[in-house]
Design a protein around this ligand. Structure first.
Ligand SMILES: C[S@@+](CC[C@H](N)C(=O)[O-])C[C@H]1O[C@@H](n2cnc3c(N)ncnc32)[C@H](O)[C@@H]1O
Length: 251
């Protein structure tokens, strides 16, 4: 798993990838969901904050924000973006599977732009969800987005092709690195952004959230939110990003 995490860190530490994420601004759907579930003045962790795209706007919305990311060059860029912010915003290098915070530290946590899919293996994702649960205050909300394996978009054929190849590899015992459903592992000599990711079904995330103790307070897709349509499980098949809001119950 460490080898896969190293790949992720490597991918997001390169200059052109940092530049690609060096824009500032919440998506309208992100803003709508954050404002719906969090109140101004609350303490928010921007997990996998990247170059600070969401960090600065969250501060401007009146939240007290802390940000961490696995890749130091991303954190350095986020520091530049937030340097002039009206309130200080602590930023540091950190790993979602081993969060450097005490239990019950935050009212809300954001893991935007499908960051959870970059955590290797189901075991790693469960570990991250457990960590998020631990540091969230009771009643707090965790907001995150993902792709979906069953999304009806132009990538569905390549996802199915890769799945078929995985079955063959597994049958021939050719690889164990990408042995899990939905994993995508790219050769390190290719100059691409993503060297590792795992695209699951939203059904899997709903199950994992429940197993960790979360209640699913909200689930929809970016396009449904943008169009003002009501949330629906049919969003699994929408072509774009899924939004989950997971609530840590009160004791
Ligand atoms: C797709 S980028 C999105 C960045 C930012 N959240 C945004 O929306 O612009 C995903 C980010 O997650 C970070 N990341 C990946 N795995 C992580 C982990 N285990 N812990 C913390 N951050 C992680 C990457 O370094 C990268 O900056």
């Amino acid at each position: 798993m460490d080898e896969l995490k190293h790949r992720v860190r490597q991918g997001y530490s390169r200059g052109w990838v940092v530049s690609k994420y060096s824009t500032v601004g919440l998506w309208p759907s992100e803003r709508e969901i954050c404002l719906q579930f969090w109140s101004a003045g609350q303490e928010i962790l921007d997990l996998g904050c990247g170059a600070g795209r969401t960090t600065l706007p969250l501060i401007q919305e009146g939240y007290r924000v802390v940000g961490i990311d696995l890749a130091k060059p991303m954190v350095d860029q986020a520091r530049r973006f937030t340097a002039g912010a009206v309130v200080p915003c602590p930023l540091g290098v950190g790993d979602a599977t081993d969060l450097p915070f005490q239990a019950n530290s935050f009212d809300g946590i954001l893991f935007s732009y499908n960051g959870i899919e970059l955590i290797p293996k189901e075991k790693g994702k469960v570990r991250a969800l457990e960590e998020v649960y631990r540091i969230l205050r009771p009643g707090g909300h965790f907001i995150f987005t993902t792709h979906a394996f069953e999304a009806l978009n132009k990538y569905i054929y390549s996802r199915l092709q890769r799945l078929a190849l995985q079955f063959v590899n597994r049958a021939l015992r050719r690889s164990d690195l990408d042995a899990e459903f939905g994993e995508i592992i790219t050769d390190l000599d290719r100059n691409v952004e993503v060297y590792y990711m795992q695209i699951n079904s939203p059904r899997k995330y709903r199950r994992l959230l429940g197993s960790v103790g979360f209640d699913l307070a909200y689930y929809s897709s970016r396009s449904r939110i943008d169009a003002g349509r009501p949330p629906s499980r049919w969003a699994d098949f929408d072509s774009d990003f899924k939004f989950y809001v997971a609530r840590k119950a009160m004791p």
